[in-house]
Design a protein around this ligand. Structure first.
Ligand code: NAD
Length: 250
């Protein structure tokens, strides 16, 4: 039984992780962390001394869905307590990402911008499509709920990285003023409305056809389930940086 802590426990994802874990018998959420102490679905939420709480509750892995400013001190507490870390938070600066790399020298760390299995498959499909249709125009769109703090989404950035590994395209964000396409570019668009869980679409357009590759998350539970699978998989592993693709393929 993997003992899990959730950082950002009172947030949209944190609450969903706690609810989703309640239906599983391979793991248990034993404590949560957030800016205010309290309780979520019977799980105690504490607001200070994270390293102490990790030791006190015998935590194996922390699942983090918060903000980058919270993830980095949390990661230091994980190093202090010798506890693995699953990071779902997005929006890190390059320095923040480098700090997480340092953390992974001491504890097992798995970070993914998207914990849905469908997005993992989409990444592979995007790679194949961009490789095969190497002269088609590319445009990337994403839509999320109106409370999302980063744009474009971490998933859109990951999809952009996949595209750029295959083709030397320059991202153009928002494409203001109906500018015509210039050179080999990819438009990147972010929409924020209502409670949209997460939509991503890449179109590849030739002169006589359009290939559209898209994914819709219908419930946050899909991300929670993937993050919990990652936590169970990560428990007991050696220090190092791991990818969600390995969990999906396991
Ligand atoms: P949210 O705003 O609903 O929740 C964030 C929570 O973090 C809040 O409860 C907030 O109080 C808490 N928090 C802030 N500072 C903290 C601190 N210092 N210590 C502890 N807790 C702190 O946001 P959300 O919709 O749950 O999303 C959280 C993150 O997860 C975002 O970066 C989002 O992009 C990302 N996300 C990732 C995936 C994925 O599959 N990887 C899926 C959905 C969301």
């Amino acid at each position: 039984m993997t003992r899990i802590a959730v950082n950002g426990a009172a947030g949209r994802m944190g609450q969903t992780v706690i609810e989703t874990a309640a239906d599983r018998d391979d793991l248990e959420v034993v404590v949560g962390f957030d800016v205010e102490a309290g309780e979520v679905d019977g799980v105690p939420v504490v607001a200070e001394d994270v390293a102490g709480a990790l030791a006190e509750h015998g935590v194996d892995v922390v699942v983090d869905f918060s903000i980058p400013e919270s993830t980095l001190p949390l990661a230091e507490a994980c190093v202090e307590a010798g506890v693995g870390l699953v990071v779902g938070t997005t929006g890190f600066s390059d320095d923040g990402l480098a700090d997480l790399d340092v953390v992974s020298e001491s504890v097992p760390l798995l970070k993914a911008t998207n914990f849905s299995r469908g997005i993992q498959v989409l990444q592979r499909t995007v790679r194949e499509a961009v490789r095969a249709l190497d002269d088609y125009d590319l445009e990337l769109m994403e839509s999320h709920h109106n409370g999302k703090v980063d744009a474009p989404s971490g998933t859109a950035k990951t999809l952009l990285e996949v595209v750029q590994e295959e083709r030397d395209v320059e991202p153009v964000y928002g494409r203001e003023g109906h500018a015509p396409r210039e050179g080999d570019e990819i438009g990147v668009f972010a929409r924020r409305a209502g409670d949209i869980r997460g939509e991503h679409e890449l179109i590849l357009a030739g002169n006589d056809e359009v290939l559209s590759l898209s994914h819709h998350a219908e419930d946050r539970a899909v991300f929670a389930a993937g993050a919990l699978d990652a936590a169970a998989w990560l428990s007991g592993r050696e220090a190092g940086r791991y990818e969600f693709g390995a969990v999906v393929d396991a």
